[in-house]
Design a binder for this molecule. Sequence first.
Ligand code: FES
Ligand SMILES: [Fe+2]
Length: 368
Amino acid sequence: MDDTRQDHVTAAPDDRLGVGGLMLREAWYYALPSVALARGNAVHRTLLGEPVLIGRAADSKVFALADTCPHRGTLLSKGRFDGHEVECPYHGWRFATDGQCTSIPSQTKEQRPQPCDIRAVRYAAAEHQGNVWVYIPKQRGHIPGHLPPVPEVPAVGDRFQMHVSVTFACNIDLAVIGLMDPAHGAFVHRSSLWRKEDSIHEKHKAFSPLPESEGLGWRMDRHTASRNSKAYGLFLGGAPQTEISYRLPSVRIEHAGTSKYNYCGLTACTPITADTTEVHHVMYWDVPGAAALRAVMRPIAKRFLDQDRRAVMAMVEGLGFDPPTMLVQDADTQTRWYYRLKREAFAAQTEGRAPRNPLTPITLSWRS
Ligand code: FES
Ligand SMILES: [Fe+2]
């Protein structure tokens, strides 16, 4: 499907296009905020249907292993972790944080296997700007020599303030397109304070493809925030300039800044299973009074995400009847781009080549 101007209505992308709901591998996925992982702790997360044990060792380094014991599959997260080794709760096999088995209590010296014969599956894990990411490879246990960079928030990257998350009972695509949709604000987030239907007005926004080094995605170029983003102005003390980028598999980064202050939002969708998606939203700001602001912002952020969740759930329920649907120009163009880039990512993986971003700079117009 292309995005030519003449093509003003198309059927919505779905499974017939081959990527609907598929989970893209060979990518970093948001796992949890750093603050949720104390030193000497290890927790279970299911990422793309895979059980992952994510821990922070005594030296503060974060690691990730398959959360299933190589012996009989028991969840290692149900066992003990002393900051150095994980002990399976069933027969006490022990594993170092790089997955190497260090003890098999039931084996005599003459028997095989010995600990040196056994490794737990390891994942690449990275901690950056207050978040823990896990790289999900194509083949379980394979960590490529060259990993793509972890998504990075600009300007206030070390001013982590808070994280909220909400689980959407749908596949990753419906969560992503539900959140990126530019035309739902006045309806889904309707508020007598800052968003009313009569605040809808025509917008023209310039977009460009992301540079290759930042992954497969696009950017809404830096511009002065529109007048129905009043909250920004109040928060940042002036008319902020804002820029939003989106990159596969599911990361949206927003930066708004005035000459005084900055705000950044990172939204990342992580598929738990094929039809459950965790939506993480992380906020950064350098406005003074962080603690008091957090108390105000947390319920607002939660409420916004929950409004999005309910909107997406209503769509999922409707889609359950398999109705014909459509995508319009230009309000739905980013949804088309998402599917188009996702198809390109899969094609590149299948063909063993670097993905090529097919997008070109363009100005889109819509009313919101
Ligand atoms: S199942 Fe883990 S040690 Fe046996
Ligand atoms: Fe929304």
